[in-house]
Design a protein around this ligand. Sequence first.
Ligand SMILES: Cc1cc2nc3c(=O)[nH]c(=O)nc-3n(C[C@H](O)[C@H](O)[C@H](O)COP(=O)(O)OP(=O)(O)OC[C@H]3O[C@@H](n4cnc5c(N)ncnc54)[C@H](O)[C@@H]3O)c2cc1C
Length: 518
Amino acid sequence: MNAADTLPAVRGKLTAKAPLAPLVWFKSGGPADWLFEPKDAEDLAEFLRDLDPAVPVMALGLGSNLIVRDGGFPGVVVRLGKAFAKVDALDATTLRCGGGASGILVSSTARDASIAGMEFLRSIPGTVGGFVRMNGGAYGGEVKDILIDCDVVLRSGEHRTLRLPDLGYTYRHSELPEGAVVIGATFRGRPGKAQAIQAEMDRISASREASQPLRSKTGGSTFKNPDGHKAWQLVDEAGCRGFAIGGAQVSEKHTNFLINTGDATSADIEALGEEVRVPGEDGTVQGMLDLMGLKYTHSGLVTSVIAIDKELTKQALVPHGIPMPTGTMVDSESLFTVDPLPRPYVLKPVNEGSSVGVAIVRDDSNYGNPIAREAVGPWQEFDRLLAEPFIKGRELTVAVLGDTALAVTELRVKSGFYDYDAKYTDGLTEHVCPADVPDDVAQRMKDLALQSHRLLGCKGASRSDFRWDDEHGLAGIFLLEVNTQPGMTPLSLVPEQGRAVGMDYAELVERIVGEALT
Ligand SMILES: Cc1cc2nc3c(=O)[nH]c(=O)nc-3n(C[C@H](O)[C@H](O)[C@H](O)COP(=O)(O)OP(=O)(O)OC[C@H]3O[C@@H](n4cnc5c(N)ncnc54)[C@H](O)[C@@H]3O)c2cc1C
């Protein structure tokens, strides 16, 4: 059927069964039932007003934050063209930007008008509509800091001007009404000097170039940073760097980016994201392999089930004298009334494999006091959580292979220039191996790691994570958890400790496989 027969008449361009893959960064996914490129705001408003309200409508910018499913989009995709891509300086600090204008155009117009504070948009590959919708941000700035208001056409075809409070901004999220199309926005910066603004834009571009796969087919950062953690680092430590499903791969350059290496389907990309998110160390895979009669490396079903559950781990280890933080189980609902422990304390799901979902509730935390129901945290996902006192101090880890504790590594987050932006910059962790700690502390940690490995019945390699409050000597050592599937890329902690004791990667792998085959 011809789209023009079933849809309102337009002055712009309406295309039926329009391929969306070429229009999005991932270059995957199916077609839109219709792609509408309005001639101007009136064309858009009239079209939406006359369109059957049951037809879904979605705006598309540069497609840098979208996975289009392989089945395509069952409705109308609205794409803003040239008529919406203008940027004008209104006064010494204010820009009026079309909804289809790119971040590069906005930031360079700001520079030409000597308006500072919009440099961060230089590095985000999207349009004003996408930035407003996503509260786009990087390098310490985000849209909520510069937005005065935006003009939208609602799904009903009605024009509206929304002011900053109407958008309910939180981290990379807005409450823009469903189906609304942002056709323009007013951004306000501060007076600056063109040269300094350009220098800041150059710095941002160079930093991006160094750390992100910018010329790949990608959707940018995939996972939000859990409180106190960097998503890229957790993905890396889970051994997922370079991991692939079909044509989709975890970027080697930046592990929070998924990339389409060539012919990935959107299903590949989604499956990869899920695979990275759901850990393979909870015993499920081990149980399946047991049933299939296949041998596998590392720990078996029972050990995996116990080690992944922080409460069960404590029950198995604490009676044997392994020092672990005293925890208490709480109903998430109770957190909205009263704190279970004096602050600071840690809340974590009992059986999540990585540190995803861990919240450190500090006096100055932005979770509220008591914790606010709408604050983003593990209480929104889990009915019950483990609450533990926050142990201040240094983060150390010990790998055990067979019957030997290899070494002690200290994990130090490199401070300095790149650290202030939580999501999009590297903030690399420095591994100090052997850790610079007193001999008796190192020995005690190795003993505890080996004892825990044995008590839990671990096989192959395990990695025990500790906190050490160095003001309290040996009494300041606490085991946090035992990882039964520690990262095994050549850059991960276990291979690094292997090298520290003279064992190269091949030998390490051989030993682990050898143990699995016996
Ligand atoms: C290499 C790379 C790096 C990135 N770095 C960052 C970063 O540092 N910071 C950051 O915040 N993001 C980053 N992103 C993600 C992405 O660029 C941003 O989310 C950007 O705001 C998306 O803009 P877009 O116009 O491409 O929107 P799209 O990806 O096309 O759409 C994203 C969402 O916005 C909606 N939308 C788009 N246009 C409109 C409109 N006119 N009206 C209403 N809704 C609209 C869409 O419906 C969709 O829900 C990165 C992406 C890539 C690929």
